[in-house]
Design a protein around this ligand. Structure first.
Ligand SMILES: *Cc1c(COP(=O)(O)O)cnc(C)c1O
Length: 379
């Protein structure tokens, strides 16, 4: 095996090459039209994503983060300067990308963290109920790394306590649980088209997918300063609009997404097989009810930082998602959490790493990565 092999964590250039002509043609159309915000390309992408997600509605957003904020605001989680008393509370996992908690905070609500399941890295649904208070307004489960959280348990709790459910599906467009796709469990699902996600745009973008017509309309208004009709503001919203250029680029990619998903799953099987019987390596555990889209392929190893260093020395791209659980982030220090509060999340933060899983990886590259991981854990 060539010692000069290089395997990046992600290579978007390979994916772009066959789509180049089609993408550039649409971009030219948009440039010629000088119609950049909203418009027919955004409407078309919304239709495509709703159909893909089996939801009635899809509302284009400027990013996944803004989709979360608009979803929260749409569900009434927003603290105005006139509100008195304590803040609303939103329950979410402590182990996720920052935006999940950041958006809760920015809506003026208090993030209430819950530990994760050590196998799936998703919120431990059995630890949610004990966190509910009279101020709890919503649960924000995250479908981390492309596999769904335990939505039937989460939605049952939400129903019992009359809570909203805003799904953070930023890593999970098209992922399903018992055949049901992201965005169909809770009040709404929030997607991200950040370039490194399974469906990545030409920059930032996101979408809210949902089935309730009134909430869809409200979120559509919130996306544009709560304005309807023009210059009349029923709600306070923001500028959360999606660009035509993003929508056009995404509309070229979406028809390929399922094929790319299958290629990712095949790569995951390759690694799983290669690591079989290697005691030090814990492969991703996919709940049997779930169909994962493998936004990431995460392994857990005893000597994580050594493995990272070894792989990097071999030109293999790898990454730690996420080195610091949210309850330990400096900006949330005043919430009063401490080290030891969420042992599964803290363990994951210190023992897991992501390996390259993008669709176009060759078998030679996969074998090289697997071999070097095995060398590194045996050290
Ligand atoms: C990427 C991501 C987001 C934010 O999406 P952006 O489009 O980057 O704003 C939110 N939550 C999770 C879990 C993510 O992975």
């Amino acid at each position: 095996m060539s010692c000069k092999m290089k395997v990046p964590l992600l290579d978007l250039k390979i994916q772009y090459a066959p789509l180049r002509e089609e993408t550039r043609k649409l971009l030219d159309d948009i440039l010629d039209s000088q119609y950049f915000i909203g418009g027919p390309y955004v409407a078309k992408l919304e239709e495509m994503v709703a159909e893909y997600s089996n939801t009635k509605f899809a509302v284009g957003m400027s990013s996944g983060t803004d989709a979360l904020i608009a979803g929260l605001m749409g569900c009434g989680i927003y603290r105005s300067p006139l509100d008195e008393g304590s803040a609303d509370e939103v329950i979410l996992p402590t182990y996720t990308f920052f935006a999940t908690a950041g958006s809760v905070w920015r809506c003026g609500a208090r993030p209430v963290f819950v530990d994760i399941n050590p196998d799936t890295y998703n919120i431990d649904a059995d630890k949610i109920e004990e966190k509910i208070t009279e101020r709890t307004k919503a649960i924000m489960p995250v479908h981390l790394y492309g596999q769904c959280a335990e939505m039937e348990k989460i939605c049952a709790i939400a129903k019992k306590y009359n809570l909203k459910v805003i799904e953070d599906g930023a890593q999970a467009i098209g992922a399903s649980r018992n055949g049901v796709k992201v965005g169909n469990f809770g009040d709404c699902g929030c997607l991200s088209f950040f370039p490194s996600k399974n469906l990545g745009g030409l920059g930032d973008g996101g979408m809210v997918v949902l089935n309730d017509a009134d909430l869809a309309q409200k979120i559509r208004e919130i996306r544009n300063h709560g304005m309807e009709p023009k210059y009349y503001h029923k709600h306070v919203g923001g500028n959360f609009r999606l660009d035509a250029i993003q929508a056009a680029g995404l509309s070229v990619k979406l028809p390929h997404l399922d094929k790319w998903g299958e290629m990712r799953a095949k790569n995951a099987s390759f690694y799983n097989k290669a690591f079989e019987g290697v005691e030090q390596i814990k492969c991703p555990v996919i709940d049997s009810a779930n169909n994962s889209i493998y936004n990431q392929y995460i392994i857990s190893v005893p000597n994580r930082d050594d493995v990272l260093a070894h792989l990097r020395s071999k030109d293999i791209g790898c990454e730690v998602y996420y080195p610091v659980p949210l309850h330990m982030q400096e900006c949330f220090a005043k919430l009063g959490y401490k080290q030891g509060d969420f042992p599964n999340a803290e363990y994951a933060a210190t023992h897991t790493l992501a390996l390259p899983i993008y669709p176009e990886l060759t078998e030679e590259q996969l074998a090289y990565v697997a071999q070097e991981v095995k060398v590194a854990v045996a050290k």
